[in-house]
Design a protein around this ligand. Structure first.
Ligand code: UT7
Length: 318
């Protein structure tokens, strides 16, 4: 029994903020941002749009592309660092908005690795017989956590949502999943504000030690790719597409180089979306599928890493 992706969908808010737009407000330039990160623009949600608004559209599009009715869903996992509320979970809010209920629905908090964690969890539940038809959505309104005065972070992030429908199948789908975390690195990427007695205690903004994160990410993503291929008994040359977390083009290029993959076999969206955390991998996957590059039967390696640190990969036959 396998879990197979049978549909993908995504949504990006309409408002596009270019590097030049940011350069009008803070001391930065298109040249600096593009050369250090590969980012040229990002989508930013309207103040009244919540994470669940972005997620709902991505889910509806994924269900439509799968030809699956919402009544068939028996598991919903939302990977997000920016839930609508402290509680109930964004997954429960989405279940209500989808008009279907009773099945398990929960949020997954693993920051930029959230979609990988959610996909691995859904895969395990499908393989155990606990679910037959899962919807996994990565959705973020990261603009809520961005200090627009901090040029070291505000140029990096964007909002968006991407979803997949995962079904139990006899045909190969997800081949192997690999998850890791190392809490010793929790201090180099964080948004540590907490609500205490009605007030925000600590900083509510994203804080990142960019260099340290960069080095950790390059090494961890190379290692997890090796481990995943070894566990699945596949070679680097068996990969048709790398669908990586979209944080920085230079990190993506380093991972591709390690896998001996030309950039033509890598889905890159960071230039248009920026870093959308848990949404970035499903957004890239949907773009790869909708553009006709990713085709049925191909072998995909999905990889993500972020705050925690948490990281992992999913190797699958599409
Ligand atoms: O999704 C989770 C994973 N996150 C990541 O993977 C992000 C990983 N890190 C990175 O992508 C990079 O470290 C950054 C893009 C964040 C930063 O690039 P960098 O090459 O590591 O630059 P830096 O932080 O070492 O800063 C270099 C210089 C500094 O000036 P000085 O001290 O050399 O005078 C910064 O103040 O660039 C300056 N700087 C900027 N200049 C123009 C920092 N941000 C900006 C900016 N515009 N936006």
């Amino acid at each position: 029994m396998y879990a197979r992706i049978v549909g993908t969908g995504s949504y990006l808010p309409e408002q596009i903020v270019t590097n030049d737009d940011l350069a009008k407000r803070i001391e930065t330039s298109d040249e600096w941002i593009a050369s250090r990160t590969g980012i040229r623009q990002r989508h930013i949600a309207q103040p009244e749009q919540l994470t669940s608004d972005l997620a709902l559209i991505a889910i509806e599009r994924a269900l439509e592309s799968a030809g699956v009715a919402r009544e068939e869903i028996d598991l919903l996992i939302v990977a997000t660092t920016t839930p609508d509320n402290i509680f109930p979970s964004t997954a429960c809010l989405l279940q209500e908005r989808l008009g279907v209920h009773g099945f398990p629905a929960f949020d997954m908090q693993a920051v930029c690795a959230g979609f990988i964690y959610a996909l691995a969890t859904a895969n395990a539940m499908i393989k155990s017989g606990a679910a037959q038809c899962a919807v996994i959505v990565g959705a973020e309104k990261l603009s809520n956590l961005i200090n627009w005065e901090d040029r070291a972070t505000c140029v990096l992030f964007g909002d968006g949502a991407g979803a997949v429908v995962l079904k139990a199948s006899d045909e190969p789908g997800i081949l192997h999943t690999q998850l890791h975390a190392d809490g010793r690195y929790s201090g180099i990427l964080k948004a540590e504000g907490r609500v205490t007695q009605g007030a925000i205690d600590g900083s509510p903004w994203i804080y990142m030690e960019g260099n340290a994160v960069f080095k950790f990410a390059v090494r961890a993503l190379a290692d997890v790719a090796e481990q995943t291929l070894a566990a699945a008994g596949l070679a680097k040359s068996d990969i048709d597409w790398l669908v990586p977390h979209q944080a920085n083009l230079r990190i993506i290029e380093a991972t591709a180089k390690h896998l001996h993959l030309p950039m033509e076999q890598v889905i890159v969206t960071v230039d248009k979306h920026g870093n959308t955390s848990a949404a970035s991998i499903p957004l890239a996957l949907d773009e790869g599928v909708k553009s006709g590059r990713i085709r049925p039967g191909q072998t995909l390696l999905l990889e993500g890493i972020g705050g925690g640190f948490a990281w992992g990969s999913v190797l699958l036959k599409y």
